[in-house]
Ligand binder design. Structure first.
Ligand SMILES: Cc1cc2nc3c(=O)[nH]c(=O)nc-3n(C[C@H](O)[C@H](O)[C@H](O)COP(=O)(O)OP(=O)(O)OC[C@H]3O[C@@H](n4cnc5c(N)ncnc54)[C@H](O)[C@@H]3O)c2cc1C
Length: 307
């Protein structure tokens, strides 16, 4: 994507932004203070850049979000190990991804073994993180998948916050946040890559539409159209996934109900379509009714609604 942007005329700067100076009117430029890493050395060379607009795509610990006082969000912590498996073990994951639930692997989210092209990512997430607990949960998922991970070699370890909600302010002045900086990860699945790219695209499309081919900067109201369009397209999906997570991820009993419900072919179809098309795809009313009845049945059987 970076190379394509470059080919299409973007000027690339390899830098770390340390500060964003905000003008006190809607005409003057924003001033980015950054370390330019074009030359050798970790520190980089201190430089500034004046710009008309800023898109903060700098992830969950976004400095841009802090600079515009975008407000906080709740977050989970995800931990994962990238493991290279022997060929025969990797073959098992060629066409499937695994999701594990239970207090031993996560008290309020899930753990996973996801194939990543030539290796697997084995990890877990929780809303109530502390270092010792995360390590314990990671041991839990490693134990559950032990047989299938035999002979594997850890090639990378990652830990990072996963936003649980959008930030209270995603556009302030001529600054917009996208992706994790804005808080676009979906509940239940924790999927963030698609939504980060999509939010960036929608923000860029709005800028292209109103900037007269880059002739003028957008006002806050014009830029906020991107948020309106986003919420219109994905608001319901976020709500449904939020409800799913709070109902089904809260105890082993409710997770058992979730697993039971997921064995149903109609639920599988609905889930798959929703995942593929990034929307809560409506099934026909009869199927919808059947799914609702099965959901309630599963929950009651698993005493999942008990406090
Ligand atoms: C362990 C784990 C597993 C995950 N698994 C999945 C998965 O399987 N599928 C999925 O869809 N999502 C997954 N997610 C979520 C997904 O990774 C994120 O939602 C997604 O990467 C967000 O993209 P982004 O571009 O907004 O932010 P990021 O990917 O965090 O990118 C932000 C970029 O900004 C740069 N940056 C930050 N600060 C500065 C600064 N001051 N100056 C300059 N540059 C800066 C960073 O170096 C980085 O390159 C996972 C997350 C975690 C933590």
């Amino acid at each position: 994507m970076r190379d394509r942007a470059h080919k299409l005329g973007a000027k690339l700067i390899n830098g770390t932004v340390h500060k964003l100076e905000i003008p006190n009117n809607d005409k003057d430029p924003y001033v980015l203070h950054y370390a330019d890493h074009a030359k050798e050395g970790l520190q980089g060379e201190a430089k500034t850049l004046k710009v008309d607009m800023v898109i903060g795509a700098d992830g969950a610990n976004s400095r841009v979000a802090r600079a515009i006082d975008a407000g906080d969000y709740n977050y989970a912590i995800a931990f994962q190990e990238r493991i290279r498996l022997p060929e025969d073990k990797m073959a098992y994951y060629e066409e499937l991804a695994e999701m594990y639930v239970g207090d031993d692997v996560s008290p309020d989210f899930y753990a996973w073994v996801f194939p990543k092209y030539d290796h697997v990512a084995v990890g877990t997430g929780t809303m109530r993180p502390n270092q010792a607990r995360i390590k314990e949960l990671q041991r839990g998922i490693r134990a559950r998948a032990a047989k299938r991970l035999e002979g594997g070699e850890i090639i990378k370890v990652e830990a990072h916050p996963i936003p649980e909600h959008p930030r209270p302010r995603r556009v302030v002045g001529r600054v917009a946040l996208v992706g994790d900086a804005a808080g676009t990860v979906t509940k239940s699945s924790g999927e963030g890559i698609y939504f980060a790219a999509k939010s960036a695209r929608m923000c860029a499309e709005t800028i292209v539409e109103f900037s007269n081919s880059g002739e003028r900067a957008l006002s806050e109201d014009e830029l906020k159209l991107y948020i309106k369009r986003w919420d219109k397209e994905y608001g319901l999906t976020y709500k449904v996934l939020d409800i799913l997570q709070s109902v089904f991820y809260r105890s082993d009993a409710s997770r058992e109900a979730f697993v039971e419900m997921c064995s149903d072919i109609d639920v599988q179809k609905l889930t798959f379509d929703s995942y593929l098309y990034k929307t809560v795809v409506p099934a026909n009313p009869l199927t919808q009714l059947k799914i609702t009845a099965k959901t309630v049945g599963s929950l009651l059987r698993g005493y999942a609604l008990a406090p």
